[in-house]
Ligand binder design. Sequence first.
Ligand code: ADP
Ligand code: MG
Length: 325
Amino acid sequence: MISIGVDLGYGDTKVVGENGKREKFPSRWAPQENRDWGMGGNATVLSINDEDPFVFGENATGSTVREPQGDGRLSDPDSYPLLAGALWLSGVGGSDSTTSIVLGSGTPLGTFEHEVAAAREALQGKEIAIKGGNGEVKRFMISRMVMRPQGVGAALYLLEQGLLKQQVGFGLVIDIGSRTTDVLTINLKNMEPIVPMSFSIQAGVGDAVTAVGKAIAKETGFVVPTDIAREALANPVFFKQREVGGPKVSEPILRALTSKILDKLRENLREELDRVSALIPVGGGSALIGKKLEVLAPGTLIDIPPGDVQFANALGYRDAAARSQ
Ligand code: ADP
Ligand code: MG
């Protein structure tokens, strides 16, 4: 059976298909209300089981945009179009027959039991026919769901890659996401998560994006779109022919985000920090500030290939799904 890993993040939905194909898109969708003006357009329009058509990701804009009410909430009806979008982009499935899949996914540790039951109820055993605007149909049957806590997905992927060794001490998976930074502590001796040492910090890349947007507006008088502000965190950006942002603007902002995360980690872990033997920054934000977390436990930072950090959980979920067969 085919295994697919899906990480339905607050900010971005990540999918890893059977052949390792990776895709991501912003976690939002909107009903497709526009009439066809014959201009072609290149937005992917989908419908599920012949219900109302919708657009997703970058193409979903305007007042009718919907997003899931939480991270990894597979059972939320507003997650369903995102899951369909992910399956559509996974490169798996065709119209000739129904493709049975094992869906690997995850949800925060804090609400794990509850959410897993709800996700199974909503999705397991379900058939889903996804139709594209061009009339193409892909039929899927979710034969089984394999769920892991967020962060465990990333750890599984690192184990698989040989980047994380079984050893004495704690591994800290620090998942720097769009709204929150989620810390999962793992006992590296037996690879079990330690629930009392796992927690969520209310800080993420989104805070830095907002701050960069404000800094740019203050300097230029332009209110730039979020997508441009996000870009300005890492690269010089131009708006109306003018360089308005980039690393110089974002440097103090990212430093402030890093301090906040470091403070919360120290506050929550205290002397247990001495027993940390692997620091594992993952999530999109780790591309920006992951290396700065090394001060917590010098010499223990695990360096993940830059292209993999945002997909670490999704990659692990797919491994988990594949191993379960
Ligand atoms: P979530 O899981 O909360 O949806 P992600 O971990 O997917 O969040 O991504 C967090 C943020 O990091 C996103 O806003 C994304 O745009 C940003 N991001 C992803 N990759 C990079 C990168 N290479 N450089 C800078 N920012 C990135
Ligand atoms: Mg995430």
